[in-house]
Ligand binder design. Structure first.
Ligand SMILES: Cc1cc2nc3c(=O)[nH]c(=O)nc-3n(C[C@H](O)[C@H](O)[C@H](O)COP(=O)(O)OP(=O)(O)OC[C@H]3O[C@@H](n4cnc5c(N)ncnc54)[C@H](O)[C@@H]3O)c2cc1C
Length: 400
């Protein structure tokens, strides 16, 4: 038997983007229904790293302390160039398994009054006079569910199929692939530093090792597909590949793998989907908001949730779900995110060449001024375009 539900705002996808939007709307007393195909807590393939940008947004909505309490604190990131040069940048960073982070965000959204249904896979939109007025889905028993809504927020991550059926897909290809697994170290090592290695075989991508505390490490790699003719050859076994990447190899010698390597697609560069259609907004990774070159996407997903909620409030108040109101969502996001998206896109193109990776990491290792600028970029205090532009590169080039 078909179930019929009704809500003001339907949010599809309970990752950081969907939870943030649902939380903000529910706080304003709006009737919100949040759906996810998974039951929570659920695994999400991720590096589990949280940069300052994410913390800033969480702080602005009053939940950074709850996240920090559960997270593992990191004091520095060690960058390793293809030629082995090392450069350490200091700052406050955090790691928290996504199963825990996303469950915490969902709890906050529910505490504010959002309704949540897990195990519902949304399959298609409900459309009336060219406007999205809800969605159809299936529950875990295969039963159909129909949800009528005044506005739909699509926050379904890197899933291109759902973007296509909602009519907002512009490019079905994803732009990067990430792989990660979990390891437990059998000997005690410093767990306050993240390691990022630009191995020449996967440039402009990198291999990472992020400590989660209590001897557990997230080890993975990100491969960016732009301009790449074929995937790097890892042979049969990714874990074997890591064993030839220094300094990871040293650590992995004293580690046991506790969860298998799993891969997921990423959509980056603020492209690949339309941000809005009548009755519909697209959020987070579904909108390609994960940053190129660094593969970080939790902060921009949270930001899109926050902006989508404020635009949704205005649309609900004016009872206008056309691009007249919804169009301001993309403008607002571009103002905040375009600088970083473009800067990291340029960085990704430069780091295809090991010469640039060696040059930049080498300069940062030797020169405290370059190191300071690099830290400011990583901490979100400075636009990456300051370095990754013709002028910026010239300035770096001239420094010793
Ligand atoms: C290997 C890897 C490592 C990464 N490391 C980092 C990192 O360290 N730090 C960082 O900030 N970012 C990282 N990212 C990027 C980050 O994971 C994403 O940018 C982020 O998860 C985007 O959040 P979101 O809310 O848009 O989507 P998601 O977190 O993907 O959430 C989407 C939700 O939608 C649900 N869904 C999808 N389709 C449907 C449907 N049809 N019906 C109902 N529900 C549906 C899914 O179950 C999911 O819960 C990494 C990505 C990968 C692949």
């Amino acid at each position: 038997m078909k179930r019929d539900l009704q809500t003001d705002v339907l949010v599809v996808g309970a990752g950081p983007a969907g939870c943030m939007a649902a939380m903000q709307l529910a706080r304003q007393g709006i009737d919100v229904l949040l759906l996810d195909r998974s039951q929570f807590p659920r695994e999400k393939i991720c590096g589990d790293g949280l940069l300052e940008d994410s913390l800033k947004i969480l702080k602005s909505v009053g939940i950074s302390s709850a996240v920090k309490e559960k997270a593992h604190t990191i004091r520095s990131i060690l960058f390793v160039a293809p030629n082995g040069t090392e450069c350490e940048l200091e700052g406050d960073f955090y790691t928290l398994r996504r199963a825990e982070l996303d469950a915490l965000l969902l709890d906050e959204a529910r505490r504010e009054g959002a309704q949540f249904l897990g195990g519902i896979t949304v399959s298609e939109p409900l459309v009336q006079n060219g406007s999205c007025v809800g969605a159809l889905g299936l529950d875990e028993d295969g039963q159909e569910i129909s949800i009528a809504a005044r506005l739909v927020l699509l926050a379904t991550g890197a899933n291109a199929r759902i973007l296509r059926v909602f009519g907002v897909l512009q490019n079905r290809n994803h732009s990067a692939i990430g792989v990660r697994g979990y390891f437990r170290l059998t000997e005690t090592i410093d767990e306050s530093s993240m390691v990022v290695v630009y191995d020449k075989r996967i440039l402009p991508g990198y291999v990472w090792m992020f400590p989660l505390g209590q001897g557990i490490f997230n080890v993975g790699c990100g491969i960016f597909l732009e301009g790449r003719k074929r995937m790097p050859r890892f042979g049969q076994n990714l874990t074997k590949f890591y064993k030839h990447v220094q300094p990871l190899a040293r650590y992995l010698q004293m580690a046991e793998q506790i969860a298998p390597m799993r891969a997921a697609a990423m959509r980056t560069g603020f492209q690949g989907a339309r941000a809005c259609a009548p009755g519909l907004l697209v959020l987070g990774e579904a909108l390609g908001l994960t940053f190129p070159f660094i593969g970080e996407g939790v902060s921009s997903a949270l930001e899109s949730g926050r902006v989508a909620a404020s635009v949704a409030l205005e649309a609900l108040e004016k009872n206008d779900f056309t691009s007249r109101i919804l169009g301001s969502y993309e403008q607002s996001l571009r103002k905040t995110l375009d600088g970083r998206q473009q800067g990291y896109q340029v960085a990704q193109r430069l780091f295809r060449f090991k010469f640039f990776a060696n040059l930049l990491i080498g300069k940062a290792a030797r020169n405290p001024d370059v190191r300071k600028v690099a830290s400011q970029i990583v901490l979100g205090e400075r636009d990456p375009l300051d370095v990754f532009s013709l002028r910026g590169m010239f300035r770096v080039f001239m420094l010793r």
